[in-house]
Design a protein around this ligand. Structure first.
Ligand code: MN
Length: 287
């Protein structure tokens, strides 16, 4: 088992500082996972939260997972969904959707979590948008801790959440050494949200991505002394993707068409009921 560790970049989303583990120049995807932002902790008030106004997506799924606090999701499908730790919001963009992430009207305190994107395969990326909330997910006991399965299967338990390609996403909460059986056809990434973990003789801490190539039957992790770790895996994504702003496409022309639709508000991305302003940026430089 050989781990490759890359440092996350630092970015700002809304008012929140994030550690961006994916994409990095050295590592664009892990399976279909193409974006991973460890966000916060930030202090929310009933009227001031992540405050990410309506913005569009296409060709991807957003996976929202909180470790502290509450966030209110609104989208152009008419969804209004509160999310809390232990729950999963999974939004499928397909050909186009828009959403916002807002204060809840009641929660005050820290907000922390991870925002992940999954690239959709050719078969579904131009399909209908959809939204799923899973209030309960399978939790499996491990020697050394437990795992919550967000998507796919781990340790014999399968999440009810939709997947469009062969993949896994799980949160490992460890207080002792653990060995987790994994699919040898998958490549894997580890993002530590809390604490630290020793893998392959190296210490992995928050603000870094640990990458493990396909071919492993199991991962062995030793927390120092406790850790909360996201495990992301999947079959290496077979199609080259072009990511720009909030779009996952196959070429720059698709990006330009998507962004012209958002700027023109022509209906492709729908409308979000929100008190926050629509978020936008200039057209890409090649347009
Ligand atoms: Mn978004």
């Amino acid at each position: 088992m050989t781990i490759e560790i890359t440092e996350s970049s630092h970015a700002t989303v809304g008012d929140i500082t994030v550690r961006r583990a994916l994409p990095r120049r050295q590592r664009r995807t892990i399976g279909a996972w193409c974006f991973a932002d460890h966000m916060g902790p930030a202090q929310a008030t009933p009227t001031h939260g992540l405050d990410v106004g309506p913005h569009p997506h296409c060709g991807l799924q957003t996976v929202t997972w909180l470790t502290q606090g509450e966030v209110l999701h609104h989208d152009s499908l008419g969804t209004s969904q509160l999310i809390a730790p232990g729950q999963l919001n999974l939004m499928t963009a397909g050909r186009g959707v828009s959403h916002s992430e807002e204060a809840t009207g009641s929660y005050a305190g820290p907000v922390e979590g991870i925002q992940l994107w999954v690239a959709q395969p050719e078969a579904t990326r131009n399909g209908d948008p959809a939204f799923e909330h899973h209030a309960e997910l399978p939790v499996v006991g491990l020697a050394g801790g437990r795992a919550t399965v967000l998507v796919g299967s781990l340790a014999g338990s399968t999440s009810p959440a939709r997947t469009d390609s062969a993949m896994v996403g799980a949160e490992l909460l460890l207080d002792g050494p653990a060995t987790v059986a994994v699919d040898p056809g998958f490549e894997h990434g580890l993002v530590v949200l809390d604490g630290a973990v020793e893998v392959d003789g190296q210490t992995l801490e928050p603000g870094h991505l640990g990458y493990l190539a396909p071919g492993l039957e199991a991962l062995t992790l030793a927390p120092e002394p406790t850790a909360r770790v996201m495990l992301l895996g999947g079959v290496p994504f077979p199609e080259p993707i072009v990511m720009w702003w909030n779009y996952v496409t196959r070429d720059r022309g698709e990006v330009t068409r998507a962004h012209r639709s958002w700027l023109a508000d022509d209906g492709r991305f729908g409308t979000v009921e929100s008190t926050l302003a629509r978020v936008t940026v200039d057209l890409p430089p090649w347009s």
